[in-house]
Design a protein around this ligand. Structure first.
Ligand code: ZN
Length: 205
């Protein structure tokens, strides 16, 4: 965004419009709408928003077991005795866990890879938490690994790689069923579609 687009408004207004414009899906118009909305709210409301943003950076860290984001380590999901330890769902990013949890259709645990295999971007298994995944499969007694990567080239390549790697270990490897929008993001899929994709998962190994 160019500065002249916000010319004529007070400096702090222009600055916050500029910050909001950097966020995904927020264009300059929406950014301006948010800023003028906040301007009309109380100081208390503004502080609550500012504090919540700072708390993200100060209090959120990675779970040392599943590499999801958490305040307590290990995270709530890893320490939940109600979770089925036989199921381990592999996702690219922590935000995918959020999408899958919304479905209420999954009761196992997760493992966050930290990305997907993408040779063009120089990302191979060594750049992802693959070794940690293999160690967990060996030590946590899981019987099925569900690969819940996005239905795109990188997601498929990662699923294939993992299925070959895990195949010798006598653990079933499954993949989310199609029906998910091809090339789409897991976290944009609605709950029903995602729950069905989980339910209809197919064997890879
Ligand atoms: Zn965890």
């Amino acid at each position: 965004m160019h500065n002249n687009r916000t010319g004529g408004v007070a400096g702090p207004v222009a600055a916050l419009i500029n910050e909001f414009s950097k966020l995904p899906t927020i264009g300059p118009k929406t950014a301006a709408r948010l800023v003028f909305y906040l301007l009309a709210r109380s100081r208390q409301d503004a502080e609550a928003l500012a504090d919540a943003i700072i708390a993200l950076k100060d209090r959120v860290r990675l779970c040392s077991r599943c590499f999801s984001i958490t305040e307590e380590d290990p995270c709530e999901i890893c320490t939940d005795p109600q979770r089925d330890v036989a199921l381990l769902c592999v996702v690219a990013e922590a935000k995918d866990i959020y999408a899958l949890e919304r479905t209420s259709a999954y009761h196992g645990r997760y493992h966050v890879l930290g990305g997907l295999i993408s040779p063009m971007d120089g990302i191979g298994p060594a750049q992802l938490r693959v070794a940690e995944l293999i160690a967990r499969i060996a030590s946590e007694g899981c019987s099925e690994v569900i690969v819940a990567t996005n239905p795109n080239a990188e997601g498929e390549a990662t699923a294939l790689y993992l299925s070959r790697l895990i195949a010798p270990s006598n653990v079933a490897v499954t993949r989310l069923a199609y029906g998910l929008p091809i090339g789409g993001d897991l976290d944009y899929a609605d709950e029903v579609t995602l729950a069905k994709a989980l339910e209809g998962r197919r064997s890879l190994a």
